[in-house]
Ligand binder design. Sequence first.
Ligand code: 0GY
Length: 294
Amino acid sequence: MSRIKSWTDTPSKPHFVPPQGAVDSHCHVFGPQALYPFSPKAKYIPEDAGADDLVTLRDHLGLSRNVIVQASCHGFDNSATLAAIAACGQDRARGVAVVDPDISDAELKALHEGGMRGVRFNFLKRLVDHAPKDKFLEIAHRIAPLGWHVVVYFEADLLEELTPFLEAIPTTVVIDHLGRPDIGQGPDGTDITAFKALMDAHPNFWTKVSGAERLSLQGPPFDDFVDVIAPIVARYPDRVLWGTDWPHPNMQHDIPDDGRLVDILPRLAPGDDLLRKLLIDNPMRLYWPEEVDG
Ligand code: 0GY
């Protein structure tokens, strides 16, 4: 398998200046392979994208903190993500782990000490071979006492089938990239309507209003994405997160300019109040609760 370079080394400087303390709540690191080899089961093998590059990007974009989500190419071995959290410092980075269902309590505790605050369940067949719901629920019950939450990644065609499983999760549930709706259906389309019904019915469900570069049919400046997703931010202001998704796993065409992804923010969340919730208050509650008053 040849290694994929899925990001640009020369992102533009955003025109939009994020508020001080803004969190990139969805990004990843890859390797470096020499230190942290990729999983034999990886569905793609990326070029190295480690903590130094992430910090350079964070500062370039005017962001303050990162939530580093374990990428599928590293399987159940969270060492690369933990090393990146340590390199950034836990005041600047926290993480979301992917764990073997047979993980021990001691290993979960070590992940917590290393800055993990959630676990991710991935249902994309092109990324993982197995997504055992019964095992995932066992894990969800075991991480609940740590104060962690569950992150789920699925596509819109699975929403209905997965709903009973999602409802059985005892923690906050964060849905990656809005469950990947078909943006081309517009703001009242079937996919986003079903997604809103799910969010309306479950106050413990949150979502990441990220993935414009994957979901938009039009590309920059992502007007179609903004038309469909800005109403979601307005409807659930206290249950939304945003992230760059750098280094954009698996993307091989139309590699996004991260500066332009940041430039969507004032249109996704118009006004200081919404922006502050999306970029600071909401992620701080999930990832740095010890810094949140009350
Ligand atoms: C994402 C996207 C993807 C990949 C992964 O863990 C992963 O490998 O998350 C994808 O290919 O859609 O946004 O994190």
